[in-house]
Write a protein that binds this ligand. Structure first.
Ligand code: NAD
Ligand code: MG
Length: 474
């Protein structure tokens, strides 16, 4: 194995203020009650900034600003709205180095991912929906599709800026206005985006950012003047939101958890499959709703594949997210680390066999070594519950029918992967999988033109692509 010298990206490329206010009606302000919370760098536990926590009256002001902005914004010709979206996309590209460093600092993800995956996808999303803004009449939703109104959007901490892009780009392209609440552990890239909106001279009130914890999110989704709610996060909170919204006439899309099966057949190219398995579960520390967290491997190749997977895992570099050679960064929060640790201990106590490569973890910050469990059965909690960390549960199967039955034996249905040389098998198996996205001989590939969303407890509605417009049209 090679020794790598440190290759840190510069932290000084981005300015972080000591404190941040709420972005309402085109300006930052401190929030009525003056409540604040701290956001930390999970790799060091260093406090990065103090951020305003929005109370009910602040949310009310943000919704009122979005309401005032809605009339003129929705009346603009699509080609005019497109100009703003193109401008936002270009500014994001121009400032992508700053944004990538900021995202890695606040979230803990490796710089090579924020730089090469998150930021390019964020810009691509704005470019893609900019292209739709003047073509809505040809999108298949009638000759004159209309926006819904004020949208309340609540997003998680795993892809802070990318989830913002997934929510805001289609909303603006279709003529809606936005109040968005970022997650409490990762508010900084959304606040940076507020500055991008000002730089793009987006009219005040079209995008408002209210920071805070779950209660701020609850004020927003329950606000009577919000017409559409879009949420990405845990199934538990998704259920709460569905109950709060029921009977109000508000439109709702939910993108919730997952427990995806990554299925490897005996004819799959093993080395390629191992790369896909590693990408499937260790990308973004496994903080991925569509992570391939259940490996289903055909019994006849299980030993060979596991030996190869362990060799590969031993080469993964865990550590400083700003180091360009880092593969696995920090766990996003102490709370998430506790959850991963507890579920892993349950896995071991229920009888699964735990394995991690030797790796030295930093003293400060929140870290978890890449881990696999073998000998896992369907009854184990680590085979059923979303761990949302770098932990893979390995099960085996003998026949394609058994693989499909096991893959579908989950309350979730967000994604799945198939590894085989046979095209006919890909089609036959994909057809039987109850999952919104099925990848074949690859995993965790995203494109703004491709719709994404779940079945069952993974939520409803689609984001991305032409399908993603529907959720924002009346
Ligand atoms: P969460 O669902 O609590 O948080 C997601 C967002 O919802 C945050 O912005 C949060 O402030 C907000 N929120 C919380 N309670 C709310 C409420 N009652 N009304 C409105 N908004 C509310 O997720 P979490 O606590 O950060 O993570 C818990 C688990 O959820 C994780 O371990 C993981 O399994 C899962 N998760 C899934 C995703 C995903 O992309 N599907 C993302 C994050 C977490
Ligand atoms: Mg943080």
């Amino acid at each position: 194995m090679f020794e790598y010298a440190p290759a840190p990206e510069s932290r000084s490329v981005v300015d972080i203020a000591g404190s941040y206010g709420l972005f309402i009606d085109g300006a930052f302000d401190g929030g009525k009650d003056g409540n604040v919370f701290k956001t930390v760098n999970p790799a060091t536990e260093e406090v990065l900034a103090e951020v305003a926590a929005a109370g009910p009256e602040d949310v009310d002001r943000a919704v009122a600003a979005a309401r005032r902005a809605f009339g003129p914004w929705s009346a603009l010709p699509g080609a005019e709205r497109a100009k703003y979206l193109f401008r936002i996309a270009r500014i994001i590209q121009e400032r992508s180095r700053e944004l990538a460093v900021l995202e890695s600092l606040d979230n803990g993800k490796p710089i090579k991912e924020s730089r090469d995956v998150d930021l390019p996808l964020v810009a691509a999303h704005f470019f893609y929906y900019a292209g739709w803004a003047d073509k809505l009449a040809y999108a298949g939703f009638g000759p004159d599709p209309r926006p819904i109104g004020v949208t309340g959007q609540v997003i998680p901490w795993n892809f802070p800026l990318l989830m913002l892009a997934w929510k805001i780009a289609p909303a603006l392209a279709t003529g809606n206005t936005v109040v968005l609440k970022p997650a409490e552990t990762t508010p900084l890239s959304a606040l940076f985006f507020a500055d991008v909106c000002r730089q793009a001279e987006l009219p005040p009130g079209v995008v408002n950012i209210v920071t805070g914890a779950g209660d701020t999110g609850a004020y927003l989704v329950q606000h009577p003047d919000v017409n559409k709610v879009a949420f990405t996060g845990s199934t538990e909170v998704g259920r709460e939101i569905a109950r709060a919204v029921a009977g109000t006439g508000k439109r709702l899309t939910l993108e919730l958890g997952g427990k995806a099966a990554n299925i490897v057949f005996d004819d799959a190219p093993i080395d390629q499959a191992v790369e896909g398995i590693v990408n499937g579960i260790f990308f973004n520390q496994g903080h991925v709703c569509c992570a391939g967290s259940r490996l289903l491997v055909q019994e006849s190749v299980a030993d060979e594949l596991l030996a190869s997977l362990k060799r590969r895992m031993a080469t993964l570099r865990v550590g400083d997210p700003l180091d360009k050679n880092t593969d696995i960064g920090a766990i996003n929060s102490a709370a998430q680390l506790t959850r991963i640790t507890e579920l892993s201990e349950i896995g071991a106590s229920e009888g699964a066999e735990r394995w991690s490569p030797e790796c030295t973890l930093p003293d400060r910050g929140f870290w978890f070594a890449p881990t696999i469990f073998t000998g896992v059965t369907q009854a184990h909690r680590i085979a059923r519950e979303e761990i949302f960390g770098p932990v893979l549960s390995v099960l085996t199967f003998r026949t394609p029918e058994e693989a499909v039955a096991k893959a579908n034996n989950t309350p979730y249905g967000l994604s799945a992967g198939i590894w085989t040389e046979k095209g006919s098998r890909i089609l036959a198996v994909a057809d039987k999988l109850r999952a919104g996205v099925v990848w074949a001989n690859t995993f965790n590939k995203f494109d703004p033109a491709s719709p994404f969303g779940g079945y069952k407890e993974s939520g409803y509605g689609r984001e991305g692509g032409r399908h993603g417009l529907e959720a924002y049209l009346a």
